[in-house]
Structures are given as structure tokens and as C-alpha cells.
Design a protein around this ligand. Sequence first.
Ligand code: 13P
Length: 250
Amino acid sequence: MARLPVVGGNWKMNTNRAEARALLSALRADLDGLTGTQVAICPPAPWLGDAADMLAGSTLDVGAQDVHWEAKGAFTGAYSAPMLAGVASWVIVGHSERRHVFGETSEQTNAKLRAVLAAGLRPILAVGERREETDRVSDILHTQLTEGFAGLDRLPAEVVIAYEPVWAIGTGLAATPEDAQARCALIRSMLAERFDAPSAEACRIQYGGSVTAQNIDGYAKQPDIDGALVGGASLDAVAFGAICRAVAAA
Ligand code: 13P
């Protein structure tokens, strides 16, 4: 079954407003109408409204980098999935920086995932092992998937998984396409075991970690890799455009 890939641009905590608007405008000019992949632009939260306005009516989607699990209340600095509805259509949950820099627990990741689904948005659940965990990557991925999907009795079609080995993020030390393929296939087999084979087969699984315009082809042609979650290179309109086109053409 053919799966439509998804390329996410995770800007992380980068860009001022003028830079964000210039990047959004360049991305729209370059990528609107591209077929063969979905594209989700995930700017910092303060620019989500600008992104929604500037990408409205285009084929580019807006995504948020994080969310709170509660719908509303006394949570200073946080924003909820119902607030994102109508502004963003994708939300990254469980990114390694949320887990390891901000101390997000798997229970919180799971609550976020469920809040995103309840709001009718599409979660990108990020999983991946740290350098010191590479000898037990299967256990780590199994635990992250089991805990991330706690309480779900089926795998919704809206869910995308991003396999991002933590040691490959922002380091220039990208996983080899063969290793990334093996991990994504492993994740797919775990999804089949946890849910069922058809929904596992239909689920999009991205690779993330030092993806560039130069190395994307290696990932894009792998059978179990359905696009990429791009950090640093997503801040460069030319590089990100080349990545999206390579995925669309694969
Ligand atoms: P880099 O592409 O900068 O390695 O970041 C990957 C990432 O964390 C995307 O979510």
C-alpha cells in the first residue's frame, strides 16, 4: 500500500518574526502545490498565527512543536490542543528535547498525544534512543511506543511517528539510511503487534536527525521511511525545498 510521505520542518526556538515571515513566504512560493508529499511547517508558537495566515489556501500545513495536555486552566506559558485547532493541523509530541531538556515524562507525552487526537489534530509522535541506549534500542522504542500509546485501542490514521535517534539530532551524525530503515521497520512491526497489521502498514514513519538536502535521497528511497522530520535544514528555504522535492520524487 502506498503511503503519502510527510516532511516536517521543526524550526525549534529559532527565527525572529521578520525572519519567520520571510521564510514562510519563501516556502509558500517554492512548495505550494507540490504533490507526492505532505509538508508541515512547525514554527515557534509566537509565529503560529502568522504561519496560519500566510499559508492559508496553500498545500503547506502548519504544525506546533508542543502542546499542553489540558484543554485550559492555570498553566502559565502553556497552550492547548483546542487552542491550536484552526491554527495548526499537526502537533509534534514527545520530541527528545521535550523529554530530555524539559524532563517530559512518557505519561505526559501520552496525555499530549490523546489531547491532540481529541482536538481533531494530527500528532507526530517522536521516539528514539540516546547514544548510551544504542545497545538496547529495541527495548527503548518498545517502551516509548507502549507508553506513548497507552489507553489507545486502535492506531488512528492521523498519527505519524518520527524516529529520531537522539545522538543524530543537531550533530551532523545522521543515521545511515540502512540503519534508519531497519529501525523504522522495527517500529512498524511493533505497531502491528500493539495494534494490527493493516494500521501499522498504513502508518507514516519519518526519519529525523541531521537530515540535509545532500543526504535525504538515501532515506527517501527506503521502503519503511515515509518522509522526514527536519530541524536545522528546515530554517533554510532552499535546503528544505530540496528535501521536500526529493521526498516527493522518491
Ligand atoms: P536536526 O535536523 O537539526 O538534526 O533536528 C532534527 C530534529 O530534532 C527534528 O525534530
